[in-house]
Design a binder for this molecule. Structure first.
Ligand code: MG
Length: 432
């Protein structure tokens, strides 16, 4: 066996040679994250078998190991002493969790630059839904390649990306492409990739289930796919049987979820130079904030269903109100009309002069998920608005001014149709 100190294998799909248009879910996973953060600040460790690990004497375990250590069999979570036995001379570095937390924030910020739809799975890995980002940044393969290049250039770290049309296959692809790789798996290639793999490749199949499946003669994913579904259900129970059968056929309809409503939102707020109770002043400010918010959503290629406003009074009391529309929107008109109505209702119940106004659009989804037929039932106004607002976006991009807007937006916003009302009065976390 040849001894090599470099990476074992690299998988890199050439985005120009694959039809990646449907590979809109990226699973991005940093390579040997803690270890590479250490290597970054101590270049003499580059190319050396090294691990970040707890105390070598006691019950410490390996937290992260370079690929040079992994070729000797060193793995995360194994006892430090076992790793030292496998790889004599391995450099042991004690963990510096604040350095990893800081690196993690930098990585997550870079993900958020690509799309607001980021679902972190741990400090160093996340799903990104880039369906809405395609219009602005190009095909998913290029988005993934650019993200990897940026992580390398700006953070001095490497990341592996798997891209597919489902979360399950994207995560599987990144595990197959590690380290420092990119693997794009279009829908037409999923079954060729999946079926020869061992059953453990399926999400949720641990050693126990694998043993159970082996006892039924099921060793590969393809054998699960070929299995009669009622028999699979009989052996594993209904939920597990159906889930594994679906996964074996590449079916997984879980969506990328922002980690919280706040992370999956766009918005704008403004603190006034002088506190005001003037309704027309407040309406004008609300219009500017609604336009900014909706434009951010359109640029990111996302729409949201919940619109919320924040009002902070001169005494710093802060109130929020929100409402959920029957379908998602990215239109300034709808955001404005809704926010204005929430504000009028709030003002009708009293309150003093206003110091700050804010608007947010929450519960974001990529806008290509929204079928045109759904728009009929939405809170959005008549057809033509989208074209008008897109034209405004182009004019703003070209002339750099936001003083351009459809005239009717200013005059008389149509009230959107609301389905569910979620008006609540919750104290704001950053209120004084
Ligand atoms: Mg990782």
């Amino acid at each position: 066996m040849s001894h090599h100190t470099g990476t074992a294998r690299q998988v890199t799909s050439d985005p120009s040679s694959v039809d990646d248009s449907d590979c809109t879910i990226l699973h991005v996973d940093m390579d040997a994250f803690f270890a590479m953060v250490e290597v970054r600040r101590r270049p003499e460790l580059r190319g050396v078998p090294m691990m970040v690990a707890g105390a070598s004497g006691g019950r410490g375990v390996v937290l992260s190991a370079t690929y040079e250590a992994r070729v000797s069999g060193v793995r995360s979570a194994m006892p430090t002493s076992a790793a030292m036995a496998l790889c004599p001379g391995i450099v042991v570095v004690p963990p510096d969790h604040s350095a990893y937390a800081e690196a993690s924030r930098a990585v997550m910020r870079m993900f958020a630059d690509v799309t607001p739809l980021v679902e972190p799975l741990s400090v160093d890995e996340a799903f990104l839904d880039v369906a809405g980002a395609r219009r602005r940044y190009g095909r998913p393969g290029f988005i993934a390649a650019n993200l990897r290049a940026r992580i390398r250039a700006e953070l001095g770290l490497t990341a592996t990306v798997g891209a597919a049309s489902t979360k399950f296959v994207a995560k599987l692809a990144s595990s197959l492409a590690k380290p420092d790789g990119l693997l794009l798996v279009p829908p037409s290639r999923v079954l060729d990739l999946l079926h020869p793999l061992p059953v453990r490749a399926l999400w949720g199949v641990g050693p126990k289930t694998a043993t159970r499946l082996a006892s039924m003669g099921l060793i590969t994913v393809g054998e699960i796919a070929a299995m009669d579904l009622p028999m699979l259900i009989g052996a594993l129970g209904k939920a597990n049987g159906i889930r594994l059968h679906d996964l074996a056929w590449g079916r997984d309809n879980r969506r990328v979820q922002g980690s919280s409503a706040a992370d999956s939102s766009v918005g704008a707020e403004s603190t006034f130079a002088v506190d005001s109770a003037d309704p027309s002043f407040l309406a004008r400010e609300m219009l500017a904030l609604a336009e900014k918010t909706a434009r951010r959503a359109r640029l990111a290629g996302v729409r949201g269903r919940t619109i919320s406003i924040k009002v902070r009074y001169e005494d710093f009391t802060t109130v929020t109100r929100s409402v959920t529309l029957s379908s998602p929107t990215d239109l300034s008109h709808t955001v404005y009309a809704t926010a204005l109505e929430l504000l009028s209702k709030l003002r009708a119940s009293g309150g003093g002069r206003v110091r700050l106004l804010g608007v947010r659009l929450e519960g974001l989804r990529p806008d290509d998920d929204v079928g045109e037929q759904l728009e009929l039932g939405s809170g959005d106004p008549r057809p033509g608005w989208r074209e008008a607002e897109n034209a405004v976006d182009r004019a703003v991009a070209r002339f750099g001014t936001s003083a351009i807007r459809p005239a009717a937006l200013v005059e008389r916003p149509e009230r959107p149709r609301w389905s569910t009302r979620v008006c609540e009065n919750r104290p704001d976390s950053d209120a004084r």
